[in-house]
Design a protein around this ligand. Structure first.
Ligand code: ADP
Ligand code: ADP
Length: 228
C-alpha cells in the first residue's frame, strides 16, 4: 500500500529530516509513528500525500510512484487518501454538512449519492445532529469528528493523521481513537503520528519509532517506548 525504499529528506535550509528510510505498510495496517519532537514524523507523513518530495529514494503509495509524479497527478493520489490534522482544518464559512459534502462535490459525485454518503459518515462519527452548525460552534472533539468524516467520505484506502488527538483531552481522544479503530476494522489502512503514550500503549498496534530521521524500532504489537 505504501512502500518506501531508501528515502531521505533534506530541507532547503540543510535540515536533515529523514535518512535512508525503508518501510512497507500493507493494506489494513494500523501504524503508529512515534518519536521525539523534530525526529521526522511530520515529514514522514507529508511525503505520503506529496506535501513534500523526498530528496532521495523511491516512494510508492497506492500503486502510484510519488517520487516522479507530475503535479497534475497529485489530486488523483490524494483522492485515495484521507488526511486528518491536529488543528482540524475545516472550512470556517461552511456548515458541517458542506465541509464533508465538499470533498464529494470536488469529484463531481451525484447529489443523491452525496446526501446518502454524508449522512452515513456523519452517523459513523456520531455527529448526526450537527449538520447545520458551523465549525466555531463545535467543540474540538466534534470538529475533529467532522474532519474524520471529511477524510473518509470518498472511501480512501489509507487514512493518514498527524497528531489527531494533540489538542484534545484524554476522554475525547479516546472517542476519536475508537472512530479510527472502526475505520481500520473496515479494511482502511491507518498511519498516525502521535505523542499519546496512553493510547499507543493500550491499543498495541504496529509501532515505528523515528529518531534523528531514522527508523529505530518497528514492532507488530508495539508500545510507545518514551516517558513523555
Ligand atoms: P517531528 O514531526 O518528528 O517533530 P519534523 O518532520 O517536523 O519532525 O521535522 C524533522 C526535522 O526537519 C526537524 O529538524 C525540523 O526542524 C526540520 N524541518 C521540518 N520542516 C521543515 C521545513 N519546512 N524547512 C526546514 N526544516 C524543516
Ligand atoms: P445544495 O446542493 O444546494 O448545497 P443540499 O440539499 O445538498 O443543497 O443541502 C442544503 C443544506 O441542507 C445543506 O447545507 C445542509 O445544511 C442541509 N442538508 C442537506 N442534506 C441534509 C441531511 N441529509 N440532513 C440534514 N441536513 C441536510
Amino acid at each position: 500500500m505504501i512502500h518506501m525504499t531508501g528515502i531521505s529528506k533534506v530541507y532547503k535550509n540543510g535540515s536533515v529530516a529523514l535518512s535512508d528510510i525503508s518501510i512497507d505498510i500493507e493494506k489494513g495496517d494500523f501504524l503508529f509513528v512515534v518519536g521525539p519532537s523534530g525526529a521526522g514524523k511530520s515529514t514522514f507523513i507529508k511525503l505520503i500525500f506529496r506535501e513534500e518530495l523526498p530528496t532521495k529514494g523511491q516512494l510508492v503509495v497506492n500503486g502510484r510512484n510519488v517520487t516522479n509524479m507530475p503535479l497534475s497527478e497529485i489530486p488523483y493520489l490524494r483522492r485515495g487518501l484521507g488526511i486528518v490534522f491536529q488543528d482540524y482544518r475545516l472550512l470556517p464559512e461552511k456548515t458541517v454538512y458542506e465541509n464533508v459534502a465538499f470533498a464529494m462535490r470536488v469529484i463531481e459525485a451525484p447529489r443523491r449519492e452525496i446526501q446518502k454518503r454524508v449522512n452515513s459518515v456523519m452517523d459513523l462519527v456520531g455527529l448526526k445532529d450537527k449538520f447545520r452548525c458551523f465549525p466555531n460552534q463545535l467543540s474540538g472533539g466534534e470538529q475533529q469528528r467532522v474532519a474524520i468524516a471529511r477524510a473518509i467520505v470518498n472511501n480512501p484506502v489509507v487514512v493518514i493523521a498527524d497528531e489527531p488527538t494533540g489538542n484534545l483531552d484524554p476522554e475525547t481522544s479516546w472517542d476519536i481513537m475508537r472512530i479510527f479503530e472502526r475505520i481500520n476494522k473496515s479494511g482502511t489502512t491507518i498511519v498516525m503520528a502521535t505523542h499519546d503514550k496512553t493510547i499507543v500503549d493500550a491499543m498495541r498496534k504496529r509501532v515505528i519509532a523515528i529518531e534523528r530521521g531514522r527508523i529505530v524500532r518497528d514492532q507488530v504489537k508495539g508500545v510507545y517506548g518514551y516517558e513523555d
